[in-house]
Design a protein around this ligand. Structure first.
Ligand SMILES: Nc1nc2c([nH]c(=O)n2[C@H]2C[C@H](O)[C@@H](COP(=O)(O)OP(=O)(O)OP(=O)(O)O)O2)c(=O)[nH]1
Length: 306
C-alpha cells in the first residue's frame, strides 16, 4: 500500500517533492460536496485535463472512476520529458486509490519517477446559511512539475461540470441497512432494466425535499416506513441523455415499521457483504458499491449465509 498523502493543511516545504499549492481562489466551490465529489471522479475530466489529451482516455473505465481503475496519462509537449505517449513503454499510468465522497486519490507510476507519485483532492463541506459549498484541498507527494501545472485546469473543469450538475433533477435512492445487510430490489420494467437490481427510490417531485421523496418512494415501493439519515457516496449522473443525478440516502426502518415487501418490483433481497459485488446492479449503482460497503461495515457488515 502506498503511504498516506501528507496533510493538505500543512504548507509544502522546499525540497520535499510536494507540489506547489494552487491559488486559494481555485479551491472553493459553490456546489454541494456530493456534486463536486462526482465531478472530481469524472473519467474524461481526469484523463483529459490531468493527461495531455482527452483522446487518451482509457476505454476500460466508465463515466466515473472507481477505486482500482487504471488509465494512461500522456505527458505531451509540457512534460519534463517526452516519454513516448500514454500507456506506451515508458508512459505514466494512473491508478485510482479512492474515488468517493471524500474526494479523489491517484497513484502515478512511471519509470520517470523513483517509486510512485501520489496526488489527492480532499473535500471538506462548508455550508453557510442555505448555500452549499465545499473546498478542495490538493495534496501531492513526488508529483512532477508538468502534472502540477495541469491541476488548475482540471479544477476549473471540475467547477464547470459541478455547477451544471448542481441544477439537474434528482432521483433519490435509499440505502436501507438493517443488521449490516442492505436492501436491494429487482426491477420488473422497463425491458432494458428488467432483472437488474437497484435501491428503492425514484424521481424527486417538484417542491419536494429529498428526505421526503425517500419516505414517499419507500411507502410506494416497499409498503413500509423509513427514516432518512444522511447522504451516501457521490452523486451519479444517470446518463448524458436523461440529465438526472442519482443521489443516495442512508435510511433505517422506522420503529414498528412493517417488513418491506415488493409492491412494484419483481423481488426484494437483503444483501450481505459477500454478495454485494456479485449482484447484477444497474450500472449507476455499481459506481456506489464502495460507499455502500463502508456503511454496511459500519453497521456490523454481515456476510450472506450460503
Ligand atoms: N430508484 C432508483 N432508480 C435508479 C437507480 N439506479 C438507476 O440507474 N436508476 C434509474 C432508473 C430510472 O432511469 C431512474 C428512476 O426511475 P424510477 O422508475 O425508479 O423513478 P420513478 O419511480 O420516479 O418513475 P416511475 O416509475 O414513476 O416512472 O433512475 C436506483 O438505485 N434506484
Amino acid at each position: 500500500m502506498p503511504a498516506e498523502l501528507p496533510d493538505p493543511e500543512e504548507p509544502a516545504r522546499a525540497g520535499t517533492g510536494r507540489m506547489p499549492v494552487v491559488p486559494e481562489s481555485a479551491l472553493t466551490f459553490d456546489a454541494p460536496v456530493h456534486v463536486v465529489a462526482a465531478a472530481l471522479r469524472h473519467t474524461r475530466t481526469v484523463t483529459g485535463f490531468l493527461g495531455a489529451t482527452a483522446e487518451r482516455a482509457s476505454e476500460a473505465v466508465g463515466e466515473l472512476l472507481l477505486a482500482g481503475d487504471r488509465f494512461p496519462l500522456a505527458v505531451g509537449a509540457d512534460g519534463a520529458a517526452d516519454v513516448g505517449g500514454a500507456g506506451g513503454g515508458s508512459g505514466v499510468m494512473g491508478t485510482v486509490l479512492r474515488a468517493d465522497e471524500a474526494g479523489l486519490r491517484l497513484r502515478l507510476d512511471s519509470p520517470m519517477f523513483r517509486g510512485s507519485a501520489l496526488l489527492g483532492f480532499v473535500l471538506t463541506e462548508r455550508a453557510t446559511g442555505n448555500r452549499s459549498r465545499c473546498e478542495v484541498h490538493v495534496a501531492g507527494e513526488s508529483v512532477p512539475q508538468w502534472l502540477s501545472g495541469r491541476v488548475s485546469a482540471y479544477l476549473a473543469a471540475v467547477r464547470e461540470l459541478a455547477s451544471g450538475w448542481a441544477s439537474e433533477p434528482v432521483v433519490v435512492g435509499t440505502a436501507l441497512v438493517e443488521g449490516g445487510m442492505l436492501l436491494a430490489q429487482q426491477r420488473r420494467y422497463p425491458a432494458h432494466h428488467a432483472g437488474s437490481w437497484e435501491l428503492p427510490g425514484g424521481r424527486v417531485e417538484p417542491g419536494e425535499g429529498e428526505p421526503d421523496a425517500v419516505v414517499r418512494e419507500c411507502r410506494e415501493e416497499l409498503a413500509t416506513e423509513v427514516v432518512p439519515l444522511e447522504r451516501v457516496g457521490t452523486d451519479i449522473p444517470l446518463s448524458a441523455e436523461s440529465g438526472m443525478l442519482l443521489r443516495v440516502w442512508r435510511a433505517r426502518l422506522a420503529v414498528g415499521a412493517h417488513p418491506p415487501v415488493p409492491v412494484e418490483h419483481r423481488a426484494l433481497r437483503w444483501i450481505g457483504l459477500s454478495r454485494l459485488a456479485g449482484l447484477e446492479w444497474l450500472e449507476a449503482d455499481r459506481l456506489l458499491l464502495d460507499s455502500l460497503r463502508t456503511i454496511m461495515v459500519a453497521e456490523g457488515g454481515k456476510h450472506d449465509s450460503k
